[in-house]
Design a protein around this ligand. Structure first.
Ligand code: ZN
Length: 200
């Protein structure tokens, strides 16, 4: 029995079949959401370096595929995320990151290729950087905002899955940022307090 026997044409059309490639993270049917440098204004710590980089090129910083399953607590949302290599000043490229709208929901990321970190932070101020690389699963506990950071020289590609109705809250991170940032110092990824972060 092969896939065409198990899954009807309707199941493909309604998105119940995942077609992303777990080697390169790409999908033939799903359309990726791309985040360009210009959409991340104010998120990198070095404003001057940001403006300079933007003048040169409005690069794609990351993109992700969502399989578009029904957003109910019975389903799992899933997809792949590709964070490109690069830095703004000394700070590595990262995804905007988000809390889940339903804060008490978890997520799993699985490293497919490339290397970097998952930055976790909860509203109470607890934060962690967890390494992610091929074959490594990262568990994002409930209540933790999560951001992927590429510290390598090739795209960091991950697979992710979460409760499909969890929802994405980007606003809090866009306005407040994270308490810590990851910069390159003497060639080594180094955690630092975010100079732009302020307690409310
Ligand atoms: Zn999430």
């Amino acid at each position: 029995m092969n896939n065409s026997d198990i899954f009807s044409k309707e199941m493909y059309e309604t998105g119940f079949v995942c077609d992303f490639n777990l080697q390169d993270g790409l999908s033939e049917k799903a359309i990726s959401t791309k985040r360009y440098l210009s959409q991340m204004k104010g998120m990198f710590s070095d404003e001057e370096a940001y403006e300079k980089a933007l003048k040169e090129e409005d690069s794609v910083i990351y993109e992700f595929y969502e399989m578009g399953f029904p957003e109910t607590d019975a389903h799992l949302g899933m997809g792949t995320s590709i964070t490109y290599p690069g830095k703004i000043g000394d700070e590595y490229y990262f995804t905007k990151g988000h809390f889940h709208t339903i804060l008490e929901t978890a997520e799993v990321y699985y490293g497919l290729s490339g290397e970097g970190y998952m930055l976790l932070e909860n509203p109470e101020g607890d934060w962690k950087f967890l390494p992610i690389r091929p074959g490594v699963a990262v568990y994002v506990p409930p209540r933790y905002a999560h951001r992927t950071i590429n510290t390598g020289s090739v795209p960091l590609i991950t697979f992710f899955t979460y409760r499909a109705d969890a929802g994405h809250d980007y606003g809090t991170i866009e306005t407040k940022g994270y308490r810590t940032i990851l910069v390159e110092e003497r060639g080594i990824p180094t955690f630092k307090a975010n100079p732009k972060w302020q307690e409310e």
